[in-house]
Design a binder for this molecule. Structure first.
Ligand SMILES: N[C@@H](CCC(=O)N[C@@H](CS)C(=O)NCC(=O)O)C(=O)O
Length: 266
């Protein structure tokens, strides 16, 4: 078996896949799987070689026995089938369909939302503050998947309206987790079984906490207790190693949400 992961330490989509690998008993970078760290700051995801693997120009990409697989959620489901023990989707078809509905929601709502403060609060000012309009425009033209996102954002990041909407979307996600945990008694989102749903949403909550938005779920007791349980799992420690939080990876550029909101007069 040859398992290779093209990933980035702080990328939430890479973290979803690393967490799944760890839950499958394959936690160690460079030992259980071959590691190819892709430096997004140096735009290594846009080189012709990488674009041959992943035409969307994003991480992660998994190569398993020579088969190239892209899209983090599809990779998670692939890993669940390729390494069936322990299973990370429910065995009965109704619960499995419900878990997949959760996964579509996570892809559509919180995944998109988390990108907004991640870029606006840190990545845009850090990477593009000094970039001219012309250079920024030609950079965005190189992005197969994210042209419009970057064009909407500009070098300055997003405005208050977009940040507020992203916060609303994350809060909605947290409330849905809260309700699910209350309805099915937990300890995990789908009930007794830890599933891909927990794994998929974990990096998003982790990123929001890292950026300084943990107050979004302060008033949700079930969700807060679930988050503590997640952090106690060995897979969490394997996934979120030293430089995985962007506050650590980009320490010298990092400002917390509170600090930024004051600075920007939000
Ligand atoms: N839908 C894709 C999205 C992957 C994605 O957006 N990856 C980010 C890191 S989390 C990336 O590579 N960004 C590069 C960029 O923004 O230029 C997936 O889930 O695999």
């Amino acid at each position: 078996m040859k398992l290779e992961l093209y990933h980035t330490a702080h990328s939430t989509c890479s973290q979803k896949v690393r967490l799944t690998l760890a839950e499958k008993g394959l936690p160690e970078r460079g030992k259980d799987w071959i590691e190819h760290e892709v430096n997004l700051g140096k735009f290594e995801h846009l080189t012709p070689e990488y674009l041959k693997l992943n035409p969307n120009g994003v991480v992660p990409t998994l190569v398993h026995n020579g088969n190239i697989l892209i899209e983090s959620s599809a990779i998670m489901e692939y890993l669940d089938e390729a390494f069936p023990d322990p299973p990370l989707l429910p065995s009965d078809i109704v619960s499995r369909a419900r878990a997949r509905a959760w996964m579509r929601y996570i892809d559509e709502v919180p995944t998109v939302a988390v990108r907004v403060p991640s870029f606006s609060n840190l990545l845009a000012p850090m990477r593009y503050a000094q970039t001219s309009d012309d250079d920024f425009a030609s950079h965005t033209e190189r992005l197969p998947l994210r042209k419009q996102f970057y064009q909407r954002m500009t070098q300055k990041g997003f405005g208050k309206k977009e940040i507020d909407y992203a916060k609303f979307q994350i809060q909605q996600t947290c409330e849905r987790i809260e309700n699910s945990l209350s309805d099915n008694q937990g300890p995990w989102i789908m009930g007794e079984q830890f599933t891909l749903v927990d794994a998929q949403v974990t990096p998003l909550i982790d990123r929001m906490e890292d950026l300084g938005y943990a107050s979004l779920w302060d008033a949700l007791p079930e969700m807060s207790a679930w988050w503590q349980r997640i952090k106690e799992r060995p897979s969490y420690k394997a996934t979120f190693y030293e430089v995985a939080p962007i506050s650590v990876r980009y320490q010298s550029h990092f400002k917390s949400a509170d600090e930024l909101e004051k600075e920007r007069g939000y």
